[in-house]
Design a protein around this ligand. Sequence first.
Ligand code: ATP
Length: 642
Amino acid sequence: LIKLDSKKEAEIPKLDNSKPIMYSSLTSVFKELEEESGRLKNIACTCEFFHQVLEYTDADQIDLKIRDLTMVTYLMANRLGPDYVPGLELGLGETMLLKALSQSTGRELAHLRKEYHNEGDIGVVALKSRSKQRVMFKPKRLTLLEVWKELNEIAKSEGTNSQSKKISIINRLLTACEGTEAKFLMRTLEGKLRINFGEKSIIVALSKAIIEWQMKQKKKKITPEMIVQAEEQYKEAYSQVPNHEILIKIAMKKDILNLVDNTGLSPGVPLKPMLAKPTKSITEIFDTLEGKRFTCEYKYDGERAQIHISEDGQMHVYSRNSENMTEKYPDLIPVVDELKKENSSIKTLILDCECVAWDNETNKILPFQVLSTRKRKDVQEKDIKVRVCIFAFDILYYNGESLIQKPLAERRIYMYNNLKEIKGKFAFATKMDTDEVDKITKFLDQSVHDSCEGLMIKTLDGKDSYYEPSKRSRNWLKLKKDYLEGVGDSLDLVVIGGYIGKGKRTGWYGGFLLASYNQDTGDYETVCKIGTGFTEEQLQKLHEILKPTEISKAKPSYIYDSTNSAASPDVWFEPTTLFEVKVADLTTSPVYKCGITYFGEGEKGISLRFPRLIQLRNDKSPEDATSSDQIVEMYSSQANLQ
Ligand code: ATP
């Protein structure tokens, strides 16, 4: 948890109570964050703005405060609401944005497109275009509420005329923009705000602002412990109910210090899934679980699917990242209907499952690659070629009752007693409760033979086996067959720099500088250079992806050795792209900086030996990268084994 230095007061203009909250107030905060002077200062700046929003309306207008704070929170996160609510997506395409810009500024589309490809930032192109433009009369300035409503209008509009409707709204907004508003508006629409301020930091600032406001209302003194508790409560509540609107309302109307008790799972609202720690030997499992009773389950290689049945009888499927995948799996509706038919007392339910491609003829699991050929949108049941089977491994909610604070052994009984397997469509994860090494080894081989990735090992009893939303927990261990040699798991690292390619690689990047994410400081710490294992197609594609994200200098949050040419790349990138890499082992290095905050200043960092690219991780954001402390932990467990 981060202790904020109250002296690091931010300098942002005060809100003027005599007029509505203007969009420019928010963009001036974005500008501060973009210019970036460290994560703590940025959190302090955002917190100060949240305070102003909370103080802006009269003390009794709590609903307005909640509305305004929710809007600001989502706009900071470059979203219009939770990921699981459809119809709130921004991320508009380049063509539409450039067309709108062309219409509102009168500049030629071809020029704009060229400028966009040079700059790689729609915001900068908008800013330049706007500053060249002369207007006949001054349009009314944009209010925050107006921008919010128009953005929602854009996100929701679909159908034949939707493109021209969207363009005309953007056009209207752009005409009213002044200063840096156009830059941030266009970036918001593109879904690339580039203020380097992620969800975790937003939660730190937001929870601090709410507890300070709450204590001021109660005329009570605030303590540093309360700030820590408010942050913990918000984080935990958010992992169960990832919806700021709901949480801000409960925190402000009730008590942020008891937020978790006042919220709770609710079918139709996906909770953040529990994750597992990697292990690389059966001995390591015994060491980690130290005498605790555990179960081994097949680790299926498909797509995580959280299946919900809500009170109105509707079924929803959510992904690992809480996205609504119901549309992708219409073939699961009859499966859930059959489950309900078998047990008519099922009213509400949340199941944690893996959805796996299934061969109906051989009754066997198919590889993940087959599953990934399924369409994501506009899926009609009649067109589905790849069939799926659901493997349920946990039950989290049943008929109005949250089960996450019950031991796994009990949850499983709930699951077995209330649901029935349906051949080739719905099954319970294959499991074996044993602590015999030979049996585990055989079970691991059997899982691989049955087309699984390996095993998940889970504690069965007591508090240690409660379901921990969003946590990568020691009570869930994964053992993949291919981990048994090398380092326990692949790593997901952020690409922060590139090296200009030579010879055959001319015109592309020939290598990349990778970094881990330090969750305590918000910094990106360099961990290795990667240059082998790329095909020409891959390098070309990577150039297309990364070129637009080039920046002129390293961000202050990039921790690297500027005196060493191997660790100082030719070009720097915004932290947007993640590589999944496998490595031979971890070593210490005076050049790379991963983990130095844990080892202490002046010490060596950790670097990866012989990294090799497996794939791009488009489903993860930079803050979800393998964290520096995870790498330190892997390094220590490797050292212990030697
Ligand atoms: P990975 O690349 O290993 O999937 P990850 O970071 O996405 O990594 P992990 O927590 O490391 O997720 O691994 C757990 C994943 O394995 C779950 O997200 C789930 O999709 C899948 N899985 C398959 N079988 C099981 C099971 N029996 N219990 C829990 N998770 C399972």
